[in-house]
Design a protein around this ligand. Structure first.
Ligand code: FAD
Length: 416
């Protein structure tokens, strides 16, 4: 009960501050690139904080397929339509939604160049482009046909449907191989949840089949004990977990994942490549050639003034996951900071972010992990608050109801 009340208050806080900001704001234009959890939330909250700010959202897709619950689509327990949202709610909130691909965010000229439309000038830009994949790490997947044959399904949508079809076509007795890259990756528990959903499908429809998890990491990245217990209790003999197994290439013709040592063949391959900040965020990448560093009070890029970066593109603070909940929370803090900066005010000096992440260990049972992250002024980073948050003691059907409610709430909070 306490946890749920805290989540609700945290989500409501930024809008409660609206009147103070609204009074002092001057007209300005903010262009948001990317309408996922981070960008759509930032756009909607910015308009809510100050309707005097013109907010333009540039998004390449006509609709957005949400990743949470996409593993249930792969298992056959949800439909793709049920996890897809449109942008009408944002338009109704006064956001100008432009369906186009941003080619570049030009910080010096303060404009966003588009693939089809005219460039859009901005006072501030918010870049929330999610992740893109480091295909050079897997030479066998360099062309489009190979990527269709071996889907990552790590951006929900067309690839989710491809992977589902491949599992449906797989004969009973077949092997489904999931390959996990080294952390950091978007949604650390996601691949293990996917193994559970595939195994639940096999148990019901193809009981002689099995799942092989090739993990580049030395152990399960999140909720390890809960996943291992579920694999034993629900899917014994069906899931073969192999840590320290990094994919270095894929042979599509022979359906083989090549590892540092040895090869693994499968009937259906799901290779999740290493990832980095979305392509359009490339000029703002400052960490390891992969991620964007920001000032955690404002989300302003360390590489360019007046450009803010959010969500999965970020170089994470200690123990901060790349998740939808976190992207949504960062976006609210960023919207408040941008509204304040445009009004000539200082941003909140002590932001607190909350993360909650549910995993479906079966089609009906769920477990969660939660954490609270607070700004540390001495180190100018976000740090987990000791003793806050927690982990489910066991999977349960009660938490499945919580997880479904969380999904509905964050969807409404993000896209309206
Ligand atoms: C299988 C799976 C399960 C998951 N489950 C959960 C979960 O249960 N809970 C949870 O909290 N998180 C979960 N996540 C993680 C969550 O989906 C991501 O952390 C979240 O989507 C990050 O939001 P984002 O806005 O940073 O990026 P995205 O949601 O990827 O949004 C980026 C958007 O930018 C757009 N875009 C990119 N480039 C351009 C461009 N140049 N021009 C225009 N538009 C552009 C894209 O089309 C996209 O709409 C899961 C992820 C996966 C893969």
């Amino acid at each position: 009960m306490r946890r749920r009340r805290f989540l609700g208050l945290a989500a409501a806080a930024p809008l409660a501050l609206a009147p103070a900001v609204r009074a002092a704001a001057k007209p300005a234009r903010v262009v948001v690139v990317g309408g996922g959890y981070a960008g759509a939330t930032a756009a909607r909250y910015l308009r809510g904080l100050n309707p005097g700010i013109e907010v333009v959202l540039v998004e390449s897709g006509a609709a957005y397929a949400t990743c949470p619950l996409s593993n249930l689509v792969i298992g056959g327990f949800r439909t793709l339509e049920s996890i897809t949202v449109g942008y009408r709610g944002l338009a109704a909130a006064g956001v100008r939604v432009v369906k186009d691909r941003a080619l570049a965010v030009d910080a010096a000229a303060r404009r966003v160049r588009l693939e089809r439309g005219d460039p859009i000038a901005f006072d501030r830009a918010i870049v929330a482009a999610g992740v893109d994949f480091m295909w050079s790490e897997l030479p066998g997947l360099k062309d489009a046909a190979a990527r269709e044959a071996v889907p990552h399904a790590w951006k929900a949508g067309a690839q989710t449907a491809v992977l589902r079809r491949q599992l449906e076509s797989m004969p009973d007795g077949g092997t489904f191989v999931i390959s996990i890259p080294e952390a950091p990756l978007r949604c650390p528990p996601g691949p293990y949840e996917r193994a559970c959903q595939a195994a639940a499908y096999f148990r019901k429809e193809k009981p002689r089949s099995r799942v092989v998890i090739l993990d580049a990491n030395e152990d399960v990245l999140s909720k390890g004990a809960l996943f291992k217990r579920a694999w034993k209790e629900l899917y014994d003999g069906l899931i073969d977990y192999r840590p320290d197994s990094r994919a270095i290439d894929v042979d599509v013709a022979t359906r083989t994942v090549k590892l540092d040592f040895g090869d693994v063949k499968g009937d259906v391959l799901n290779v999740i490549p290493p990832m980095r900040a979305g392509e359009v965020a490339a000029p703002f990448i400052t960490a390891n050639g992969r991620w964007c560093e920001v000032d955690w009070l404002t989300y302003e890029s360390k590489a360019a003034p007046r450009v803010h970066v959010l969500g999965d593109s970020l170089q994470i603070a200690p123990l901060m996951p790349k998740s939808a909940t976190m992207a949504n929370a960062q976006a609210k803090a960023c919207a408040y900071a941008v509204a304040a900066l445009l009004a000539g005010r200082a941003p909140d000096p002590a932001p607190v972010l909350l993360n909650a992440c549910y995993s479906w260990l079966s089609p009906t049972e769920v477990a969660h992990v939660a954490s609270v992250h607070k700004y540390d002024p001495a180190e100018r980073t976000m740090k987990p608050v000791p003793g806050a948050g927690g982990l489910s003691p066991a999977r349960s059907a009660a938490e499945a109801a919580d997880a479904a409610a969380w999904e509905r709430a964050i969807r409404a909070d993000t896209w309206g």
